[in-house]
Design a protein around this ligand. Structure first.
Ligand code: PRX
Length: 632
């Protein structure tokens, strides 16, 4: 894969130019270094109006042969996965590429025995253990489509996702540790399955040894079923555009959508971006602290690093348990050289003080990454000085579930960085900024909505089961352009700085949430009449959730309603969606056509009540004063 590695800033500019002048030639030369069962007929066909994009059409491959089989000759005994358990006193696990290959094949055979075939959807709802990574590759090995659901989501959210994708099989565990407390995952699955008709089999990994209920028809212990499974499993030949996975993400409507990624383009993009952004070396230990339940986990815990033959570390725990030094202990213990985390984690650790990173050596670190939300200057500097000890490169990587991999980012140690700037686009990425009238701004210094005007291999292909919605969401705002939903600034160096979402999506601790989704959950409370949710700046989470709620005149106290509403939201979505602030109001600022003026609610939530702008179009302007008076 050496031929895909950019080695200098000059080379980056040269490569970037080539990727724009002749994208097909550029991507054909990158794709050449992968293992194909059959090469492509055409590198790229595309149409952003119908939204039809095909990369490497006519080719056949299996991504797991590229992640595993291809490395066996040279790296069979090299560690592929290091697993660091939640409990620091427990042994970590090391799986070599050879062992991982064998486990993936055995698990693939276990799925086959359960009747899973190419094209079937398999839901993965698991803790951060190697078996979760193995599960994903086992699906890919036999051509099944994985749909991972983050194990912090509620039974209701899980059921919705299982049903939308019509998953046939669920892979889960008895329980999951998060910090000090175990959570019984299996109970959540049981509750979800009461609403899911299509699920025929549930494989349960024994992990926390917690007692679980058992359904003799569907449930099987993973360790029992796998016992007799062979370590040989031929890799299913997949067409380049066959689906590899579905991953649900929130948008501005109430219902999360299943973003679909296909096989060849995603593979090329995950590996290409991983290698160039992080610039890994053969003996590096690379650690991305995300959960496999998010796109960052898919692309940069699993696929990118393994495609590149790297050692990837999976961490089950949380940054603050047993104490706020846990990340740094893990870095020292495993000699991590590349560390990739989210600004929210950095900010939460900052709050505990610099003694924690100061106590650790951190000498193995060379590169630090940031992802998921804008990184503020203070957090960037803290990361740079206290974690990187002033000598590590920081790569602030901007991308999305839909983009499959990193789009705008420095290349470690090559691109000069500037705090809070994601800097320059990856080769193949053609960003444009669009003004309020929908015009592309050609001048270098500009600020507007961020769009991409040309396809890149890792882009989403559709949203599962609803192509129209996909077209509508991403290609209708600015015809002919992919709209990211982010606002962005470009400076005199042509560096990009992401300002954050401009739609009704909020980013809470790096978790993406639709305001409508949270409102729908709140509205499930029997005494809630209506609600409106907005984001507001939060010192640690980036954005917090502020909910304005109208209740009926039931006699229960505000305190008990508040508590119940939080419970309802946890139950409908998951604890990550619980509002940070709830203000009970007697009305919402609505226009005469009934539309809620969120701009006003955002201002009030930000504490900026002096510049509310024109409120004369409101049906009842006096409502604003009452909300202002009661704001938290
Ligand atoms: O607003 C941007 C923000 O996260 C959104 C995408 O969220 P999700 O699909 O969950 O993927 C997160 C992990 C890739 C984007 O629309 N975002 C992501 N990375 C950055 C960022 N905002 C600023 N800077 C970043 N580096």
């Amino acid at each position: 894969m050496e031929n895909m590695r950019i080695k200098s800033l000059e080379e980056y500019h040269q490569r970037y130019a080539e990727s724009i002048e002749d994208p097909e030639r550029f991507w054909a030369s990158i794709a050449d270094s992968f293992l194909w069962k059959k090469k492509w007929d055409r590198v790229l066909q595309w149409d952003f109006n119908r939204f039809d994009v095909k990369w490497f059409d006519g080719a056949q491959l299996n991504i797991t042969e590229n992640c595993l089989d291809r490395h066996l000759a040279e790296r069979g005994d090299k560690t592929a996965i290091i697993w660091e358990p939640n409990n620091p006193n427990m042994q970590s696990r090391h799986l070599s590429y050879r062992q991982l290959h064998a486990e993936v094949c055995r698990t693939a055979n276990m799925l086959k025995q359960a009747g899973v075939k190419k094209g079937d959807r398999v839901c993965v709802y698991m803790p951060m253990v190697p078996e979760a990574a193995i599960a994903l590759m086992a699906c890919a090995r036999i051509g099944a489509i994985h749909s991972v659901v983050f194990a912090g989501f509620s039974a209701q959210s899980l059921a919705d996702r299982i049903n939308d994708a019509r998953c046939k099989v669920v892979l889960t565990a008895d329980g999951v540790y998060r910090g000090a407390k175990p959570i019984i995952l299996k109970d959540i699955v049981d509750e979800a399955l009461l609403k899911c008709q299509d699920v025929e089999r549930v494989f349960v990994l024994r992990h926390t040894e917690s007692a679980v209920r058992w359904n003799e028809t569907t449930d099987r212990w993973w360790h029992e079923e796998i016992r007799e499974c062979s370590e040989l499993c031929p890799a299913e030949p997949m067409d380049a555009e066959d689906m590899l996975f579905i991953l649900y993400t929130s948008g501005s409507t109430g219902k999360p959508k299943g973003v679909v990624h296909t096989t060849a383009g995603y593979m090329v993009w995950a590996a290409y971006t991983f290698q160039n952004v992080f610039q890994p070396e053969e003996n590096d230990v690379y650690w991305c602290t995300a959960d496999l339940g998010w796109i960052t986990g898919h692309s940069y815990i699993l696929y990118g690093p393994l495609l590149s033959g790297c050692t990837t570390l999976m961490f089950e725990g949380i940054p603050t348990w047993p104490d706020a030094g846990r990340f740094w202990n893990v870095v020292d213990r495993h000699k991590v050289s590349i560390f990739y985390t989210a600004p929210t984690a950095i900010r939460s650790l900052m709050a505990f003080g610099e003694e924690y990173p100061a106590k650790a050596s951190l000498a193995s670190l060379r590169t630090l990454g940031s992802v998921g939300e804008p990184i503020n200057e203070e957090a960037w500097q803290w990361y740079h000085h206290h974690v990187g000890k002033g000598r590590c490169a920081i790569v602030d990587t901007w991308w999305q579930t839909e983009t499959g991999g990193i789009m705008i980012s420095p290349l470690a140690h090559l691109t000069p960085t500037k705090p809070t700037f994601a800097t320059l686009p990856m080769p193949g990425v053609q960003p444009v900024l669009v003004d309020a009238n929908g015009q592309v701004m050609e001048e270098t210094i500009a600020e507007g909505n961020l769009c991409i005007r040309f396809p890149w291999p890792g882009m989403l292909r559709t949203t599962y089961g609803d192509h129209e919605r996909c077209k509508q969401t991403y290609f209708s705002t600015y015809p002919g352009l992919y709209f990211t939903g982010d606002g962005c600034r470009r400076d005199h160096d042509a560096y990009y700085r992401i300002n954050g979402r401009v739609d009704d999506v909020i980013n809470v601790s790096g978790h993406r949430m639709g305001t409508a989704e949270v409102e729908n959950a709140i509205n499930e409370h029997p005494h809630v009449i209506e609600s409106a949710v907005v984001g507001y700046p939060h010192p640690i989470k980036g954005q917090g959730i502020y909910a304005y709620i109208i209740c009926d005149n039931s006699t229960s106290s505000e305190e008990s309603k508040r508590k119940e509403i939080l419970e309802v939201v946890s139950k409908v979505i998951g604890p990550i969606a619980k509002p940070d602030k709830i203000q009970f109001v007697d009305g919402l600022p609505k226009t005469r056509s009934g539309k809620i003026m969120r701009r006003i609610l955002r201002k009030i939530a930000e504490g900026d009540t002096d510049s509310l702008g024109d409120t004369s179009t409101l049906l009842d302007p006096s409502v604003v004063d009452r909300i202002k008076d009661g704001s938290i």
